[in-house]
Design a protein around this ligand. Structure first.
Ligand code: NDP
Ligand code: 2IT
Length: 448
């Protein structure tokens, strides 16, 4: 059996009931097949793939907190420190009831290659909890965040592991976590990113993932003689990534006609009013029904069982920005049938493997999340730099660095795909380019 297949089987056997982790590993290993097979003996002897697919450290902990009724609640806390070959662990914290070990491991594994692609010195990690911030009071969210950090603070630090936001973790949660870390350690350091601007946050971090997604999509379009101008764009999600992807795509002349949340989706043929969307989601933390109620041109559709809604809308470009496996084979068929030509992922692994293959086989230009959503973590690394030098850069400075990073990622993944005989396969290009740097650093550092 080939080394790649052997390691994949081992991962499945050693990590039972973690389908998302298996999926993420399979996608990466399949892309790496050509690279691994060329150096099979050497990689096998050093157990490079076994080491790459086994987290350096897994921290699992209890998070007890008291709700507004005086009832004690208990959640599970996770931090997976996956790989530190090229820098301190870096990656977000997801707060969502669906969170489990397999989901955090898939996200941590993806983060290794994503962080490598940014060109910045950051290793891969991810964490979170099955706590649901939805419907909780600010005091309850604070109680949870303080309890979470009271355990996690022992394992993180500006030079060891730097968490940030992800689904359910925004500026409010990062603020409460930072306050508790500082209280426990007495350190005023860049231990978290996505901080508020008054206490060490970076300008443009809030916008970075969505803007970065649009910058790399724009680079892809330009390389194929096109642009965002007058294109119809379908976006899923209505959170941090979706909102700023919509804003930047509209600034570049596109018409974005949709967004969605966990209960429903909006079709707005006149183009999403991003300021209204921000008011509904960022300020009121309300449902999309409120967007529809405030805007005549918008239709609200309740999400029915198993249906993902927005992918049936006719579009030129689709940007999935909600969550994993939200775009399946039926959605891919609908997109192709409706003439969609470009899909770039804002979320982590939003497209299933069969859907990705279908899109690629049908000539859709496809960039996977570990390349196309890397602008968030890249800007987090820029926040770390600013914290270290105790300076802050202007919005324009950060935004122009972000743009440069995304253009560079596009160039690197295109070139890697070409070099290994898979021109235009940006999934293979991203996995190979991300892997090579990490593999070289791991080899140089010996068996650790
Ligand atoms: P937010 O919590 O801000 O928004 C998430 C959005 O997706 C919300 O609209 C939410 O709906 C929807 N959503 C979440 N879970 C589900 C689900 N299980 N089914 C359907 N809809 C769902 O998160 P972000 O925008 O930060 O994250 C979105 C994606 O982007 C995630 O995959 C994340 O890992 C990825 N990402 C985020 C980065 C960042 O910097 N924030 C960086 C790189 C990737 P509702 O409002 O109902 O909860
Ligand atoms: O998936 C991701 O890259 C993030 N949630 C952002 C991580 C970070 O450290 O900014």
């Amino acid at each position: 059996m080939s080394y790649v297949d052997e390691v994949y089987e081992l991962v499945v056997a050693k990590n039972p009931s973690q389908p998302e982790f298996h999926q993420a590993v399979k996608e990466v290993l399949e892309s790496l097949r050509v690279v691994i097979e060329a150096n099979e003996e050497e990689y096998r002897k050093e157990a490079l793939l076994e080491r790459l697919t086994t987290p350096e450290r897994q921290i699992l902990f209890r998070v007890p907190w008291v709700d507004d009724k005086g009832q004690v609640q208990v959640n599970n806390g996770f931090r997976i420190q996956f790989n530190s070959a090229i820098g301190p662990y870096k990656g977000g914290l997801r707060l969502h009831p669906s969170v489990n070990l397999g989901i955090i491991k898939f996200l941590g594994f993806e983060q290794i290659f994503k962080n490598s692609l940014t060109g910045l010195p950051i290793g891969g990690g991810k964490g979170g909890s099955d706590f649901d911030p939805k419907g909780k009071s600010d005091r309850e969210v604070m109680a949870f965040c303080q309890s979470f950090i009271t355990e996690l603070y022992k394992y993180i630090g500006a030079d060891t592991d730097v968490p940030a936001g992800d689904i359910g973790t925004g500026a409010r949660e990062i603020g409460y976590m930072y306050g508790q870390y500082k209280r426990l350690t007495g350190l005023y350091e860049g231990v978290l990113t996505g901080k508020g601007l008054t206490y060490g946050g970076s300008l443009a971090r809030t916008e970075a993932t969505g803007y970065g997604l649009v910058y790399i999509t724009d680079a892809l379009l330009r390389d194929h003689g096109q642009s965002f101008k007058d294109k119809t764009v379908v976006v899923s999600g209505a959170g941090n990534v979706a909102i700023y992807a919509i804003q930047k795509a509209e600034q570049l002349g596109a018409k974005v006609v949709s967004c969605s949340d966990s209960t429903g989706w909006i079709y707005d043929p006149e183009g999403i009013d991003v300021e209204l969307l921000r008011e509904v989601k960022e300020v009121k933390r309300a449902r999309l029904t409120e967007y529809a109620a405030a805007r005549k041109s918008a239709e609200y559709h309740e999400k029915k069982n198993g249906e993902h809604g927005v992918w049936n809308i006719k579009c030129d470009i689709a940007l999935p920005c909600a969550t994993q496996n939200e775009l399946d084979i039926d959605d891919a068929k609908a997109l192709v049938a409706n003439g969609c030509k470009v899909v770039c992922e804002g979320a982590n692994m939003p497209t299933t493997m069969d859907a990705t293959e279908y899109l690629q086989k049908n000539g859709v230009l496809f960039i996977c999340g570990k390349a196309s959503n890397a602008g968030g973590v890249a800007t987090s690394a820029l926040e770390m730099s600013q914290n270290s030098e105790r300076l802050s850069w202007t919005f324009e400075e950060v935004d122009s660095k972000l743009k440069g990073i995304m253009e560079n990622i596009y160039k690197n993944i295109s070139e890697a795909a070409k070099k290994y005989g898979m021109e235009g396969n940006y999934v293979a290009g991203a996995n190979i380019a991300g892997f090579l740097k990490v593999a070289e650093a791991m080899k140089a550092q010996g068996i650790v």
